[in-house]
Design a protein around this ligand. Structure first.
Ligand SMILES: NC(=O)c1ccc[n+]([C@@H]2O[C@H](COP(=O)([O-])OP(=O)(O)OC[C@H]3O[C@@H](n4cnc5c(N)ncnc54)[C@H](OP(=O)(O)O)[C@@H]3O)[C@@H](O)[C@H]2O)c1
Length: 322
């Protein structure tokens, strides 16, 4: 039943700029961490199949979304493999993003190029649209990895480069290195949702606006919590259950408000309102979906806008949770 849809989706959405790269993307993307991840998302344990994920891709693309986010670490490459199959089968131009993980045993700039070639091979693509440093892990400096990204761009292997989980200072330092090489920093991908508002509070969102860097919002549904389907009586299971323990109760008032505001917009769901809030803040949400029904619901975040008053009301409710 999960694949039977009751949601209507808007016509092809507008395009926004991906940083100052010249790439034009939809204001909402699709995350693909679920495509192969067993530990966190229970891939391969019966809840959803590769066919579900193929349908998610096809419907999302059909609705005009053209930004797809993956990483070499998602399912140890399975996400890139599955995404590549869908992209090649679709035969349409899309913007494919992936990420390099600076594991402590990969210390040389050349390691990034090698990993990138493996990502391209799994994806079956000659070039990546956006390549991101997944985390600013030591021991190598963010400057080293920015130089490596510039090398990849200058080798013609990537169209644009970005970072992920970078603080305002780390982002600025990477931006400066890339600028010296004549390459714009396209994006910084960070956790950003109504229950994780760090980027608004630590100056990152503002810095992105000033530099012309796109803030890509991961976990825009707070890993499913903001959909409203999880309650203290029906908690998440596994690792997610542990991580969200203590948040579920306090989040219920906010979810009630998402529902109420959604009603005023013709019956939008909590997920749709939560994603619209991210876009209203000027960020690009990339929700993950395990099946067609979820994907279709999330697409219904497009094509309408929360009012300033509603955004302020949601901000205040989220501030109360702390
Ligand atoms: N750069 C990074 O470090 C980083 C970290 C994390 C994620 N990401 C990226 O961001 C993407 C999105 O983040 P995320 O996957 O962590 O979390 P999310 O998008 O906030 O939540 C996705 C999960 O919520 C549930 N869900 C989604 N839509 C739903 C709907 N309409 N109705 C009911 N349930 C729904 C599904 O899980 P259930 O059905 O199991 O509840 C789904 O797997 C990832 O796929 C990945 O591309 C990046």
């Amino acid at each position: 039943m999960e694949n039977e849809s009751t949601f209507t989706t808007p016509s092809v959405p507008e395009r926004i700029a991906l940083g100052k790269t010249g790439l034009q993307i939809s204001p909402l993307g699709l995350g693909t961490m679920q495509w192969g991840d067993r530990m966190f998302w229970d891939y391969g344990k019966g809840g959803y199949s590769d066919n579900d994920l193929r349908l998610v891709f096809e419907r999302t693309l059909q609705a005009g979304v053209n930004f797809f986010d993956s990483a070499e670490s998602y399912g140890n490459g399975r996400s890139e493999t599955l995404l590549g199959q869908s992209v090649r089968a679709a035969g349409q131009p899309v913007v494919v993003a992936s990420k390099y993980m600076p594991y402590p045993w990969r210390l040389r700039k050349a390691d990034l190029i090698q990993a990138l070639r493996r990502s391209l091979s799994r994806l079956g693509l000659p070039k990546l649209d956006l390549y991101q440093i997944h985390w600013p892990f030591p021991p190598r400096s963010v400057e080293t990895w920015a130089e490596a990204l510039a090398d990849a761009a200058q080798a013609g292997l990537v169209q644009a480069v970005g970072v992920s989980n970078y603080s305002p200072d780390q982002m600025q330092r990477s931006y400066d290195v890339l600028a010296r090489r004549g390459i714009p920093l396209a994006s910084n991908q960070v956790r950003f949702n109504l229950l994780s508002r760090g980027p608004e509070k630590n100056g990152l969102l503002q810095a992105c606006r000033e530099l012309g860097v796109t803030l890509i919002a991961y976990s825009p549904l707070s890993q499913g919590l903001l959909t409203g389907k999880y309650t203290p009586q029906n908690p998440m299971r596994g690792v997610r259950g542990i991580l969200t323990h203590g948040k579920l109760g306090p989040a219920q008032a906010l979810i009630g408000l998402l529902r109420e505001i959604g009603q005023a917009h013709g019956g939008k769901s909590p997920s749709q309102v939560a994603l619209n809030w991210v876009m209203a803040k000027g960020a690009l949400p990339i929700p993950g979906a395990k099946n067609l029904r979820q994907a279709e619901e999330n697409l219904g975040a497009l094509g309408w806008r929360l009012s300033e008053n509603e955004i302020a009301t949601l901000d205040a409710a989220s501030d109360k949770i702390g």
